[in-house]
Every structure is written in C-alpha cells, then in structure tokens.
Design a protein around this ligand. Structure first.
Ligand SMILES: [Zn+2]
Length: 90
C-alpha cells in the first residue's frame, strides 16, 4: 500500500516576514509531524522538510533521521498551499 501523507494541521514555528522565511510544523493524519521551511519570495516555495523524531517514520519505521519525506515534499506542499498557509498568516 503506497503511503500518502494527509495534512490535518499546521502551526507556525518561526517567521521572518521581512525576508519571507517561514518555518511550520505540519501534523499528519497518522500522527507524524514534520518541520517544513518556506521561502515566499519570489513565490511560495518549500525549501526543506524533515520529520520530527517524536514518532517512528511511517514509511521506513526508523525512529531516527531518514529521508523518506523528501519524496512527499510536493504532495505536502500542495496541501499546505491549498489555503492553510494563508489562514495561518492572516
Ligand atoms: Zn523513513
């Protein structure tokens, strides 16, 4: 069964409005949390993603650093930009 991240929430973890840099913590349906970094200039771009090590990776089951979520950057980016970031920063 292919893994598919489903974003259920997002919190702002840090921001620098002047430079357009933002850090968010993303909550996925399975309890996984990821830290993502965005640069909003010239347009919103997800620059980095890493899983928080609170729970084992749902893909490879490791409880230490892995790169599995690199593959899902685009998927998570689409879900975050579907209104969630605007809501947070409004
Ligand atoms: Zn993994």
């Amino acid at each position: 069964m292919a893994y598919r991240p489903n974003v259920v929430g997002v919190d702002t973890a840090g921001s620098n409005d002047k430079d357009g840099l933002y850090e968010f913590v993303v909550h996925l349906e399975d309890g996984t949390m990821c830290r993502v970094f965005y640069n909003r200039f010239p347009e919103w771009k997800l620059t980095n993603i890493s899983r928080l090590l609170k729970t084992p990776c749902p893909i490879c089951r490791k409880d230490y650093i892995c790169n599995c979520f690199e593959k899902f950057k685009g998927d998570i980016d689409v879900q975050l930009r579907d209104g969630r970031i605007e809501q947070l920063l409004a």
